[in-house]
Write a protein that binds this ligand. Structure first.
Ligand code: HEM
Ligand code: HEM
Length: 194
C-alpha cells in the first residue's frame, strides 16, 4: 500500500493466498472449539466433536497439499532492509506453523484411531477411517497417549505462535509500512487491485 508499487510488488500466488486464509480461519475456529467442546451441553457435544474431527481431517488434506505447493513455489523474498534476526525468526516461525497444521490434525487422528472408541462421523455423509495401528495393544496405547500429549501441548504452543505471527504481520504493515501483509492478501482486498 503506502510504499508499495504495483510494478515492484511480488505477491504470494493465488493458491498460496487462498490456502493461507482458508486454513487460518479454520484453525482459529478449531482451537477454541477443541478446548471447550468436552464441556458443551450434551445436545451439541457429539455434533461438535464430530465436526472438529471431520474438519480437522480436511485441514490435514489442505495442509499436505499446501506444503507440497510451497515446496514447488518458493515464497517471495523478504524486504531488503529486514534485520537478519527477523528474517531468521520469520523463517523459523513459518516452518513451525507448517509443522503445526500437519502435526495437530495428524495427532488428533492418531489419538482417536488408537482408542477406536467412537467412529469419526464425516459431515453426515459416512465415516472417516481410523488410521492403522500396530497389532501390539501396549504399543497402540503408547501411540494414543503420545498423540494426545502432542495434540494438547502443541495447541497451546500454537496459540502463542499465532499471536506472535499476527503481531509481526501488523508491525510490518503499520510500523515498517512494507508489503509483507499486502502480498498475502487476496488481490480484491488491496487498494489499487495490484
Ligand atoms: C488443525 C486441526 C486441529 C486443531 C487446531 C485441533 C485443536 C484441538 C485443541 C486445541 C484441543 C484441546 C486439547 C486439550 O485440551 O486436550 C483439541 C481436542 C481434541 N481434538 Fe483436536 N484439533 C485438530 C484436529 C483434530 C482431529 C483431526 C481430530 C480427530 C480426528 C481431533 C480430535 C480431538 C479430540 C477427540 C479432542 C478432545 C481430546 C481430549 O480428550 O482432551 N482434533 N483439538
Ligand atoms: C491471525 C491472522 C493471520 C495473519 C494476519 C497472517 C498473516 C500472514 C502474512 C502477512 C504472511 C506472509 C509473510 C510474508 O510476506 O513473508 C503469512 C505467512 C504465513 N502464515 Fe499467516 N497469518 C495469520 C494466521 C495464520 C495462521 C492461523 C496460520 C497457521 C496456523 C498461518 C500460517 C502461515 C504460514 C505457514 C506462513 C508462511 C507462508 C510461506 O512463506 O510459505 N497464518 N501470514
Amino acid at each position: 500500500m503506502s510504499t508499495v508499487h504495483a510494478s515492484t510488488l511480488r505477491r504470494y500466488d493465488p493458491v498460496a493466498v487462498f490456502l493461507h486464509w482458508a486454513i487460518a480461519l479454520l484453525i482459529i475456529v478449531m482451537i477454541p472449539v477443541g478446548l471447550t467442546m468436552e464441556d458443551w451441553p450434551i445436545a451439541w457435544r457429539f455434533q461438535a466433536i464430530n465436526l472438529h474431527k471431520a474438519t480437522g481431517i480436511c485441514i490435514l488434506a489442505l495442509s499436505v497439499f499446501r506444503l507440497i505447493w510451497r515446496l514447488m513455489n518458493p515464497a517471495p523474498a523478504l524486504p531488503d532492509g529486514m534485520p537478519g534476526w527477523q528474517r531468521w525468526a520469520a523463517h523459523l516461525s513459518h516452518w513451525l506453523l507448517y509443522a503445526f497444521i500437519i502435526l495437530m490434525p495428524l495427532s488428533g487422528w492418531l489419538m482417536v484411531s488408537a482408542s477406536a472408541k467412537y467412529p469419526i462421523v464425516f459431515f453426515g455423509v459416512g465415516e472417516a477411517p481410523f488410521l492403522p495401528m500396530p497389532a501390539d495393544a501396549a504399543l497402540t496405547k503408547f501411540i494414543g497417549g503420545l498423540a494426545h500429549e502432542v495434540h494438547e501441548y502443541f495447541g497451546f504452543v500454537a496459540i502463542a505462535l499465532i499471536l506472535v505471527h499476527l503481531g509481526a504481520a501488523l508491525k510490518h504493515h503499520l510500523v515498517d509500512r512494507d508489503a509483507v501483509l499486502v502480498r498475502m492478501l487476496p488481490r480484491f482486498l488491496t487498494q489499487r487491485g495490484e
